[in-house]
Design a protein around this ligand. Structure first.
Ligand code: AMP
Ligand code: MG
Length: 422
């Protein structure tokens, strides 16, 4: 007998009708997530990683006045003979924060330190190392100098009125320094998005409870907590929601009343009682996407009231991969900034990697530098989407694009470091 069961489409298939690509899913998310509009004015320290609401125009020149970039002597270049050595009388000193308040005449110089204001009558600083002090105490300088040398000009870094930080950018540590250099103490930034999350499943118990037969501990809420805690969002942990329509509806309603983004895990597989779908249909508009990726093919995306809903798969690795590929970009848009392009680096594969064409795969990798300073990557053992240790041991994802049909040792692959790579 050669009978065969005509199987239904499943995640074992490389491709099935109605699948969308990773890029299409991201484009949909980008088009449909509306940013948080509300703002708050905060001391600049508290603005780190927050999204700037209005372009910042510089109220002043930085540096505010011309000053010295070196320790040396300030002179007027016109005092310098065209050839040979010129001797100068030193008439005083200028320190950072303690300017020389006289005026330098022809043939005179002022001893000057880095950061000190350029004294009146001077336009050039000659480095100390390029001068000599004569027996008579005069400062001897040769002709090999040009006007303006070793001077930081007023406004050289920032000009008054110039836009220094655009609206809609996430503020980095250097931005805080720039704001401080302008004397700006507070800034208007977007409110942090509020992200609610819960796990679904009758089999789930929480840490601290004694594990009953047939049950497993809920790990997704902890890895989600960990990933969310690294982001500038406020979080609401709504616990475990049981697989029944009433609990699901109550959880979604509660989440939608308090959060900008709702994340659930589990409850989207074919086999199990499907409680999310009807609850979602009652409460909002949702689509069930099959994305051509592995792990993490099914993703629910939609809207409940004014909140965005993202239903992630249940498998622990799939949760983390879909979070990094879809939830984080959604949070970027929600925060009022642009999606960041994925940071991919080339690396040489050390292992062979099995892969069918037709979908993008995210295998878990450990990247190290080889003797030539180039990245090489090995996989973290078993790659099943329930094998969470593959993720905890990894420092990167090995991203194998749709058309890739497998990797041999020595092939070049793309890797994406995990934010928490060690
Ligand atoms: P589901 O999509 O709900 O069918 O879940 C798929 C697989 O992931 C099942 O083996 C679940 O037991 C497991 N799973 C679902 N949610 C969790 C969770 N919160 N923690 C650990 N495993 C989970
Ligand atoms: Mg389940």
């Amino acid at each position: 007998m050669n009978e065969k069961i005509a199987s239904e489409p499943s995640c074992a298939d490389p491709f099935e009708p109605g699948m969308i690509s990773l890029a299409e899913a991201l484009a949909q998310i980008e088009a449909r997530v509306r940013p948080v509009i509300a703002c708050e004015r905060l001391p600049i320290r508290d603005c780190l990683n927050r999204v700037n609401n209005e372009a910042v125009k510089s109220p002043r020149d930085v540096p505010p006045a011309a000053n010295s970039a070196m320790d040396g002597y300030a002179i007027a270049i016109d005092s310098l003979a065209e050839a040979g050595i010129t001797e100068f009388d030193m008439i005083g000193s200028a320190f950072a924060g303690k300017p020389f308040d006289g005026t330098c005449a022809a043939g005179e110089c002022v001893r000057i330190m880095t950061g000190a204001l350029l004294p009146a009558g001077t336009d050039t600083v000659v480095m100390q190392e390029q001068t000599e002090i004569g027996k008579d105490g005069k400062i001897r300088i040769d002709a090999e100098h040009r006007a303006g040398e070793n001077i930081r000009r007023a406004g050289e870094d920032i000009k008054q009125g110039e836009i220094v930080i655009e609206a809609g950018v996430r503020l980095n540590p250097a931005d805080l320094g720039v704001l401080a250099s302008l004397g700006i103490a507070k800034l208007q930034v977007r409110r942090k998005p509020i992200v609610a999350f819960f796990s679904t499943g009758d089999e789930l118990m929480s840490v601290g409870e004694k594990l009953k037969p047939g049950m497993i501990y809920d790990s997704n809420r902890y890895s989600l907590h960990g990933m969310l805690a690294r982001l500038p969002v406020d979080t609401l942990d709504l616990g475990v929601v049981r697989d029944n329509p009433d609990s699901m509806r109550a959880a979604l309603e509660d989440a939608a009343s308090r959060a900008d983004l709702i994340i659930s895990t589990g409850g989207v597989s074919v086999g199990e009682a499907d409680y999310i779908k009807p609850a979602l249909a009652d409460l909002g508009t949702t689509e069930f996407w099959k994305i051509a990726i592995k792990p993490g093919r099914p993703l629910t995306f939609g809207q409940i009231g004014s909140s965005i809903f993202m239903g992630l798969p249940g498998n622990p690795v799939a949760v983390m991969v879909t979070f990094s590929q879809f939830v984080e970009p959604a949070i970027e848009v929600l925060s009022g900034t642009n999606m960041r392009p994925p940071r991919l680096l080339p690396a040489r594969a050390l292992d062979s990697l099995r892969k069918k064409p037709g979908r993008t795969e995210f295998q878990r990798g450990i990247a190290t530098l080889d003797a030539d300073g180039r990245w090489q990557v090995s996989k973290t053992g078993k790659q099943g989407s329930g094998i969470l240790t593959s993720m905890s041991r990894a420092n990167c994802l090995i991203v194998l694009p749709d058309d890739n049909a497998g990797v041999e040792p020595g092939d070049e692959v793309s890797i994406q470091f995990l934010d928490w790579a060690r």
